[in-house]
Unconditional design. Structure first.
Length: 332
């Protein structure tokens, strides 16, 4: 029996332990102390006076209560608790909406989860590292139907890796196994949203005002979340800003991506496609994106007529890494 069990059995569900409960806890802890004092030969060491025994009891109680507090903090931090068998269970009641019924409630859960991520502000010479796994058609199928849906059994996973320096001077990515580095100091040109602008977007009002302002580059908030490594407050503000937009819908169909159940949430495009962000169903962390048909559709083009069926997936990306690193090539 450990100290936490002693306290649990002694105090029960009372808010304030009674004198009887206190005596039971004291006796149980003293018995544990006495048992721990038996050496391998079965003998007990010589004990000091009663004053020292009382001090040991106070230390034992303090340690047990402190251990309980630490365990509770760890459980909340990891959105779960552990039972007597060591099995973890999520604390769904900690979420703002344990059973979200709308897109706005899912996004509020996502903002809540984002706000609790560990974070240290990066230096200008550090890099945002983003890695994703993109599901694509086989080369033969892509050559034949470049804009067609993904077909089960005729797909491949392509790993995409990208490094963006915080000050915007260097961009690097893997291309067919080769590391390609572009440096503005060497004449390279590429577009990157200034990080100094992004870190200011700490409220949904600031995000929406920035999104509506004229820029020299195009911005899609949904996609930006998977392309940059943002401070928790900024990521949370973006989720809340998306929730205020029009046409955001919750996909009621359960999605399984990368072996994990996910919630799909997005906007309707052209009346029959849904561009969705994917959230882990247990933690509400952003884990990917996809484009899926939500209705049958007839496509008429210069190359003929084709049919899209409800449920066809045209794009599926899993986010596998999003972190700050020291140099190009680092992944953690």
């Amino acid at each position: 029996m450990d100290e936490l069990t002693v306290l649990r059995e002694a105090f029960g569900s009372e808010d304030t332990p009674s004198a009887d409960s206190h005596d039971k806890a004291r006796a149980a802890l003293l018995q544990r102390i006495d048992t721990a004092g038996v050496n391998s030969a079965g003998a007990r060491p010589v004990r000091a006076g009663r004053h020292r025994r009382r001090w040991a009891l106070r230390v034992g109680l303090t340690a047990a209560v402190a251990a309980a507090a630490v365990l509770g903090a760890v459980a909340v931090e990891n959105l779960g608790t552990v039972d007597d068998n060591g099995k973890g269970h999520p604390i769904v009641n900690a979420l703002p909406f344990p059973q979200p019924a709308s897109a706005a409630e899912v996004l509020e859960n996502a903002a809540w989860a984002a706000d609790r991520k560990p974070w240290k502000n990066p230096r200008p010479d550090q890099f945002m590292y983003n890695e994703s796994h993109r599901l694509r058609g086989t080369p033969e199928r892509e050559a034949r139907e470049p804009n067609g849906p993904l077909v089960a059994g005729k797909t491949r996973v392509v790993v995409e890796q990208e490094w963006k320096r915080i000050d915007g001077r260097i961009l690097a990515r893997m291309d067919k196994g080769n590391l390609v580095v572009m440096n503005k100091d060497e004449g390279a040109y590429f577009a990157q949203i200034p990080y100094t602008d992004l870190v200011k977007l700490t409220t949904p009002e600031k995000v929406l005002a920035w999104d509506a302002a004229p820029k020299q580059y195009g911005v899609v908030l949904d996609q930006l979340l998977g392309q940059y490594v943002l401070p928790p407050a900024v990521e949370a503000a973006m989720f809340r800003a998306i929730a205020r937009g029009n046409g955001v819908r919750l996909n009621p169909v359960a999605v399984n991506i990368d072996g994990r159940p996910a919630i799909g949430l997005g906007r309707t495009i052209e009346g029959y496609l849904s561009q969705e962000l994917l959230f882990d169903k247990a933690t509400y962390r952003l884990i990917g994106e996809r484009m899926v048909a939500i209705a049958d559709h007839t496509n008429v083009g210069n190359d003929g007529t084709s049919q899209t069926h409800k449920g066809d997936v045209f794009r599926q990306v899993t986010y596998t890494a999003s972190t700050i690193v020291n140099k190009v090539g680092d992944t953690e």
